[in-house]
Unconditional design. Structure first.
Length: 218
């Protein structure tokens, strides 16, 4: 039987998310649009997963008062009553109504502590490439969950596998976009951020050289 108090629930909901669950978007840019502040955000599905994990799927619910205002209700196990928090959001530039509903849901979740710590992250300027972030900032230690022990054998095998793919794939630009390769890189990022950054930088450099070579051939 569930025995958590609301204070315990909010504490667990407020815990930092794994690094690979944090997404980044372009914030304010400099005048020549070569750099931007990277803004961290969560996917709505990760918020739902956190609610499921902490209170159970049947002990939370959400409702909308129009697309722009969402409420999340969490059951108080001590009283059996529902505790609601509401928040709103405006339309987004992409899929306006869907984005508005998702953003209002995530903002309501912040009122229970989910992802609230992201608002305290320092502003970091990152390079832009065609309007997209070409790099992402590292998260401070306080914004990361307690680290799980890394299996060195898994890490070494993963690095070797990725490097062999990079070195032996003729069309690197196409390969790095595949879901299978993206999954390997995401796993590497979760195990060792430094190795991930070095391999990613190498891939970017090799893809640029590959594109330049293709242009010269044409």
């Amino acid at each position: 039987m569930q025995t958590k108090t609301i204070d315990q629930i909010v504490k667990e909901l407020s815990e930092p998310f794994p690094k690979d669950s944090i997404h980044w978007r372009v914030g304010a840019t400099n005048r020549d649009k070569t750099k931007a502040i990277a803004l961290a955000y969560l996917d709505a599905r990760d918020v739902m997963d956190r609610l499921d994990k902490v209170v159970g799927p049947s002990n939370w619910q959400n409702a909308y008062q129009g697309l722009g205002c969402c409420g999340i209700g969490i059951k108080d196990f001590e009283t059996g009553e529902w505790l609601w928090r509401w928040n709103g959001a405006g339309e987004t530039k992409v899929e306006a109504e869907k984005g508005q509903a998702s953003d209002s849901f995530k903002r309501a979740a912040v009122l229970f502590g989910i992802g609230r710590y992201l608002y305290a992250l320092p502003n970091v300027w990152c390079r832009l490439d065609n309007g997209r972030l070409a790099e992402t900032p590292s998260l401070p230690a306080w914004a990361l969950p307690e680290a799980e022990p890394v299996n060195p054998e898994e890490l070494d095998h993963l690095v070797i596998t990725i490097e062999e793919l990079i070195d032996n794939t003729p069309e690197l630009a196409a390969m790095v976009k595949t879901d299978a390769f993206a999954a390997k890189m995401k796993r590497l990022q979760s195990l060792d951020g430094n190795k991930y950054d070095k391999i990613k930088a190498r891939i970017v450099d090799m893809v640029k050289k590959e594109k330049k070579l293709d242009d010269e051939i044409v």
